[in-house]
Design a protein around this ligand. Structure first.
Ligand code: FES
Length: 188
């Protein structure tokens, strides 16, 4: 364990002080250069990238023709994962539930349970039809519209923006939300 010492500096301390001063001078110079070049340079150097990439981006998740009306379908979100300074391409970032309600009407929800983050499943009734969603971890249930039913989840399922292109390509904007809160809070 290193101890803090009071008193005059020894040789190492002096050299350490010189090193620190030199580093500070270099850092100050770097900031001046960065300031001249614009703030993004400073952000790129000081702040590591997001711990998980791909959030807030739009992903094509399939074709409208692949979705049967009234039958929720779970699809993976594949994209580049950014961890600190590294980028891993084509990783599974998460998954979403797609529910086609009409000819050109598709709803999307995050599969992540707002309670403690387990993956939500679809609930099937006695006739084999989808009746809503349920979380296997602590038995939270949700309607087909994502509304909170029973169980400990503090809110309904988290909806995601959907777009249907003229050619029928279905895309969603993938987002993550804080778990365990009644209010829906998007994580940046
Ligand atoms: S994590 Fe889903 S009900 Fe607890």
């Amino acid at each position: 364990m290193q101890r803090f010492r009071w008193g005059p500096m020894d040789r190492d301390d002096q050299h350490g002080g010189q090193r620190r001063r030199a580093l500070l001078a270099i850092a100050a110079g770097g900031c001046a250069v960065a300031a001249a070049a614009g703030a993004p340079t400073i952000i790129a150097v000081v702040a590591p990238a997001r711990s998980a990439g791909g959030d807030g981006a739009r992903y094509v998740v399939g074709k409208l023709d692949d979705l049967a009306i009234g039958v929720p379908r779970k699809v993976a979100i594949i994209g580049d994962e950014i961890d600190g300074w590294t980028r891993a391409p084509k990783r599974k970032l998460g998954a979403v539930w797609l529910h086609r309600r009409g000819e050109r009407d598709v709803q999307a929800f995050s599969v992540t349970c707002p309670h403690l983050g387990c993956a939500i499943d679809v609930a099937i009734d006695g006739a084999g039809k989808a009746s809503g969603y349920e979380c296997p971890c602590h038995d939270s249930s949700f309607g087909l519209d994502g509304a909170r039913g029973s169980g400990p989840s503090p809110r309904g399922m988290d909806p995601l923006p959907v777009d249907i292109a003229p050619d029928g390509a279905v895309s969603v904007i993938f987002k993550r939300f804080r778990i365990g809160t009644r209010e829906r809070e998007e994580l940046g």
